[in-house]
Ligand binder design. Structure first.
Ligand SMILES: [Zn+2]
Length: 282
């Protein structure tokens, strides 16, 4: 098994390094659509996150697999300046080798915590949702514009407002429906906000550093919460009266926000009003 130093000699998919079997064997489905099939770790590890891309946008059911794949990669603590080396945790005499074990323990941890890694993965939300945010930031979610680029002949219309073409930035940032969800949180925070053009820019700008830490954690949940709600609604378009639907959408979003604050942040909250009050910035 390999112990990773600078990652130059070890192949991400084909070598044994993070699990007892190569990742190719553990995740053949993801391997088959990955575009870095013969890359070394050095080539795909970008300081704080994995630069992986897929030949096509992932389907909904594949997001679970991706979540589990990233769960495995989470064990990796980053590269160092040392060379990669092979390790045996037990030597020929069946004795534990301190040297090898020591190496495993001292693999340098050079992750500095800045965006985008942190804003996607270090947020206390379900792993599957974090994966979805990551796909969004990379702009590989299966919206209609992605399908059209893949050759599907569609007349693209946003499922929510029905007015504009469905693109990632329209659906998740600028759609009049999504905008109403953003406004709830913008008003609660009492900040002035101009919506950026891309999901990745939202991740960079939305977070506020001046907050107390629990408030900061709550803020980090907001974007994922809005996106997850919108995506659910988009895949579940009903023929209800639009006025009722938008109210339901808002309630769903706030309900989810409350649920994540309570369960992921372990906050003692009596009602959704508590969490809303606490979002306000001084
Ligand atoms: Zn729309």
């Amino acid at each position: 098994m390999f112990s990773i130093g600078n990652g130059r000699k070890v192949d991400l998919w084909n070598d044994k390094w993070i699990e007892q079997a190569p990742l190719k064997q553990l995740y053949p489905d993801l391997y088959s659509i990955n575009q870095q099939q013969n890359s070394t770790i050095e080539m795909v590890w970008g300081e704080q996150e994995w630069n992986l891309s897929f030949r096509r946008a992932l389907n909904d059911w594949e997001i679970d697999r991706l979540a589990s794949f990233f769960g495995t990669l989470e064990q990796f603590k980053g590269t160092s300046t040392d060379a990669d080396c092979l390790i045996w945790l037990r030597n020929k005499d069946n004795k534990f080798t301190v040297k090898a074990a020591y190496r495993v323990l001292t693999i340098s941890n050079n992750q500095s915590g800045t965006w985008p890694w942190k804003m996607v993965w270090r947020v206390k939300i379900p792993h599957k949702v974090a994966c979805f945010s990551w796909l969004l930031a990379r702009e590989v979610v299966l919206t209609q514009d992605t399908l059209m680029r893949r050759g599907f002949n569609l007349c693209s219309r946003c499922f929510l407002c029905g007015k504009e073409a469905e693109t990632i930035s329209h659906l998740f940032l600028h759609c009049s429906w999504t905008d109403q969800l953003w406004k709830i949180f913008i008003n609660l925070r009492g900040i002035s906000w101009t919506m950026p053009g891309r999901v990745s820019d939202v991740l960079k700008c939305w977070n506020s550093d001046t907050n107390p830490s629990n408030q900061k954690e709550r803020c980090k949940i907001v974007s994922a919460c809005i996106w997850w709600t919108v995506w659910g609604e988009r895949n579940n378009v009903s023929f209800e009266d639009k006025a009722i639907r938008i109210q339901k959408l808002k309630l769903k979003c706030l309900g989810l926000f409350f649920f994540w604050c309570k369960h992921s942040l372990m906050e003692e909250l009596e009602s959704v009003y508590d969490v809303l009050d606490s979002l306000q910035e001084d």
